[in-house]
Write a protein that binds this ligand. Structure first.
Ligand SMILES: [Mg+2]
Length: 400
């Protein structure tokens, strides 16, 4: 390994999930999985798209894999969502800002990818692709230095990570040692008062099963309006709802500002999983939209951008608890005091056991044991994972 080597080649590959698990596109699961069972969305206003998110195309993109190879043969990689359209951008637009360059120039590389695509990008798919490249660069830097990424980010501030579990069975998550459970909201405003009552009843049932101290949260996946979200928050207050997540559209900063003023005192308003870059999160924070931000490391701009977002949040006393993102989140969370715990997505179809979040795409993907993960689980170069050769990858836009 030569730490002064230059980037020789960038490759973008794609994978589709399905029955065997979705990989980084974790919504791309087989039939009967809790993650696609009548979850409230803004598409729920159309009856034909209410039962399944796959019916309106939530898994249409699939996984993006970015590989960055250096002249000395070292390869760094990362996975995120974005599939073929993101692969096109990586190969035909962003690769020019990496090939021939020092891989430690991550600030310049990020800046050039972002501003070169600003006229069509700024958020969403384009920033997913930028994030994939950025994470592959951090993996590469770690491998070149022989260090885990968390050590390149300043080192661990704690000995272990603590996790809450997202899934349909917080009662089982409690038995597995997690500190809390986040339920998907099942019924949206279109299902009226009857749906609202069912939402409250499910929380009440889980509170009964989990006891008084276990954290319970609701993830609303952008499905609600401010009025409904306010009613839901107050109706859930007697059952100790810790936070209400992504209640309304990520474009409606004014709505979040209003919601944060209207929820019961002590209940947290959280959002940001579909927000991107320092500028998007600056808006959320300056407008006082929420108490806790949830950037997805694979969607918000990667680690390079998350460092900037996190610093702004820290100065404002706002917690940063990244959405999902597996190892890309773990290596970051362990280095920051204002990221006191992490999310674990229960990818087992019935949320009844711990399975690697990006299963089956990665080898060596660490998982929590008893709701915790010791920092030693992260002590491998880069992000510490390898691509599973059993998962077929395709390179749709070969350049040479
Ligand atoms: Mg969420």
């Amino acid at each position: 390994m030569n730490p002064r080597t230059k980037i020789k080649h960038v490759r973008a590959l794609v994978a589709k999930g399905g029955e065997g698990g979705g990989g980084a596109d974790y919504h791309d699961q087989g039939e009967g999985h809790w993650i696609d069972n009548h979850i409230a969305t803004s598409m729920g206003r159309y009856p034909e798209y209410r039962q399944s998110r796959k019916s309106f195309g939530i898994n249409v993109l699939g996984t993006l894999v970015v590989e960055i190879e250096c002249e000395d043969g070292t390869v760094g990689f990362a996975v995120t969502t974005g599939g073929e359209p993101a692969a096109y951008l990586v190969e035909h637009h962003f690769a020019r800002f990496l090939e021939g360059r020092d891989p430690f120039d991550y600030e310049t590389i990020w800046d050039q990818m972002y501003f070169a695509s600003q006229y069509y990008g700024r958020k969403g798919l384009v920033v997913n692709a930028i994030s994939g490249v950025d994470l592959a660069l951090w993996d590469l830097m770690g491998r070149l230095r022989g260090e885990p990424v968390y050590r390149l980010l300043g080192g661990a501030v704690r000995n272990e990570l603590q996790f809450y579990a997202t899934g349909a069975r917080p009662d089982l998550a409690k038995e597995m040692g997690f500190i809390g459970g986040k339920l998907p909201l099942l019924h949206g405003p279109i299902e009226g008062d009857e749906g609202l009552k069912k939402n409250v009843a499910w929380l009440a049932e889980m509170r009964e099963k989990c006891g008084p101290d276990f954290w319970l949260m609701y993830d609303c996946w952008m499905a609600l309006d401010v009025h409904y979200a306010t009613r839901l928050a107050h109706a859930c207050q007697p059952y100790g709802l810790k936070w209400i997540e992504e209640a309304i559209s990520p474009d409606d900063y004014w709505g979040y500002q209003q919601l944060k003023k209207q929820v019961p005192p002590g209940m947290l308003v959280t959002t940001g999983e579909h927000e991107a870059t320092r500028w998007g999160f600056r808006m959320l924070m300056e407008m006082e939209c929420c108490d806790l931000i949830q950037p997805d490391v694979g969607w918000c701009g990667g680690v390079t951008e998350l460092l900037k977002i996190s610093a702004m949040a820290d100065a404002r006393g706002i917690m940063v608890v990244p959405h999902g993102s597996s190892v890309y989140s773990y290596h970051f969370v362990i280095t920051r005091h204002n990221s006191p715990f992490a999310e674990f997505l229960m990818m087992a179809p019935k949320a009844d056991h711990v399975a690697p979040m990006f299963h089956p795409q990665l080898l060596g993907e660490p998982v929590p044991f008893n709701g915790r993960m010791n920092v030693s689980a992260l002590d491998k170069p880069g992000f510490g994972v390898e691509l599973n050769p059993a998962v077929k990858l395709r390179r749709p836009y070969v350049r040479n």
